[in-house]
Design a protein. Structure first.
Lengths: 192, 251
């Protein structure tokens, strides 16, 4: 088991601490007993969100994902099967912590919301308010990668997730999106 | 020469026997009375002792165990009644009650993970983690006593052993002997497969599969299908310190 990493200011460089069950080989087999499966699925959901949050990952391509941590544990030579991962992501989606992307019903790729779009939305809006950025137009690029947002949690946010957060603000009447010629040209104006 | 023969002789023998027996009883009774007086005195002394050392008894588990053993030897069960004077005296009535509740809580929370079977020492460690800092430390003996108090509950709390492993079982349905037998195969490695069972006990396929299905259904074992042709069955309760209730990181 990985030992407890010392607390550091930058958590992304500290190694991720896997739960005990990660070394338990049956964790990687879909349990036939429904009650056991529910527990297993719950632990996978927790693990995915924790791992993705720790590593600031936002999206998953299932076929690729099962060849690496956290879905493959080389130390015990076990890996989750794609169909089982699909069931787990379905559960995350039901909880609002993931959404399927790509072709309809293909369920090959998804976004993982270790922080829900609504929460990102309120963080971004708060920042805009605090910085007196209301009623000015910003590009999505500036928002995600500009100097003004360095140090903010949403700095470096993946563009699809950022877009979802802004959609939430738009639906709340707190922002207006402007479509440009490309995604990088997308602009947003914040209101109170 | 007088010989104890004939009816007279028999009557005399009987009378002698009875006299001896009465004498024996008298002696015995006197001894018993003396013994009772001594025990009563010991009980009084033990009470005084316990009252004086209440704090140490609560805080020092080794000491506590020894005092409780003394109580048992003298024939005083401190936990005989919740409101029993000894329990109050030892100040442990609350302690075991509280421990019992915490044990139930932990067992219920982890049941979906281990099917109601948990390593005794793992339980002890979880109890220690869970209890507030500065509260009395917990040893195996404490858990045994607390579980003993839980006996009347329907939960079916009991301690079972598999070879060297001591486990707490917290489901009402007792394991049948086939299941217990199969589990002993997993004592060292936490797992077994069908071949292991066949080699060790010579059971037929149906019997093996039926037993495995039962254990999968009650959640005591998990299946590992890494090798589809030869699945392995693992016992989470034997796999050192599997945590059943990690809190998630959700935003």
């Amino acid at each position: 088991m990985t030992s407890q990493a010392p607390a550091t200011a930058d958590t992304t460089t500290a190694s991720f601490q896997f739960p005990e069950i990660y070394s338990f080989p049956p964790f990687f087999t879909r349990q036939p007993n429904e009650a056991t499966w529910k527990e297993q699925r719950r632990q996978w959901c927790d693990l995915i969100l924790a791992y993705y949050r720790h590593n600031r990952l936002f999206s998953m391509s299932l076929a690729e994902a099962v060849t690496e941590p956290p879905f493959a544990n080389r130390q015990i030579h076990r890996a989750l099967r794609v169909d089982v991962l699909r069931e787990i992501v379905d559960e995350l989606a039901k909880q609002g912590h993931a959404s399927w992307t790509g072709a309809r019903n293909s369920k090959d790729s998804c976004l993982v919301f270790w922080r829900k779009p609504e929460v990102w939305a309120s963080m971004i809006h708060q920042w805009a308010n605090d910085r007196g950025m209301l009623n000015t137009v910003l590009t999505l690029f500036e928002l995600a990668s500009g100097d003004d947002t360095v140090g903010q949690e949403f700095h470096g946010l993946d563009s699809t997730t950022l877009r979802k957060a802004l959609d939430v603000l738009q639906s709340q009447g707190k922002a207006q999106l402007f479509v440009g010629t490309s995604d990088e040209d997308l602009g947003v104006k914040f209101f109170t | 020469m007088r010989r104890a023969v004939g009816i007279g002789g028999l009557r005399r023998k009987e009378a002698e026997r009875q006299a001896l027996s009465r004498k024996g009883n008298e002696l015995a009774q006197r001894e018993i009375q003396k013994l009772q007086e001594q025990i009563s005195l010991m009980k009084d002394n033990l009470e005084d002792f316990v009252r004086e050392h209440q704090k140490d008894i609560r805080n020092n588990p080794v000491f506590r165990v020894q005092v409780q053993r003394m109580c048992q030897l003298i024939g005083v069960d401190p936990l005989a009644s919740r409101k029993g004077y000894m329990a109050e005296l030892l100040g442990v009535g609350d302690f075991y009650c509280e421990l019992g509740i915490q044990i139930i809580d932990i067992c219920v929370a982890t049941r979906s993970m281990n099917g109601g079977l948990m390593d005794l020492d793992e339980l002890r460690q979880r109890l220690i983690r869970r209890r507030l800092k500065g509260s009395e430390p917990v040893v195996e003996d404490d858990i045994r006593r607390a579980i003993n108090q839980l006996k009347p509950l329907r939960g079916g709390y009991r301690i079972v052993t598999f070879g060297k492993r001591k486990m707490v079982q917290s489901v009402a349905r007792e394991m049948n002997s086939d299941q217990s037998t199969m589990l002993t195969l997993a004592e060292y490695t936490s797992k077994f497969n069908i071949e292991d069972v066949r080699v060790a006990f010579g059971w037929d396929e149906d019997r093996i599969h039926s037993c495995i299905d039962d254990m999968l259904r009650s959640g005591i074992i998990w299946i590992d299908s890494y090798n589809d042709a030869h699945p392995e069955y693992w016992v989470p309760a034997f796999f050192s310190q599997l945590s059943g209730g990690n809190s998630g990181n959700r935003g």
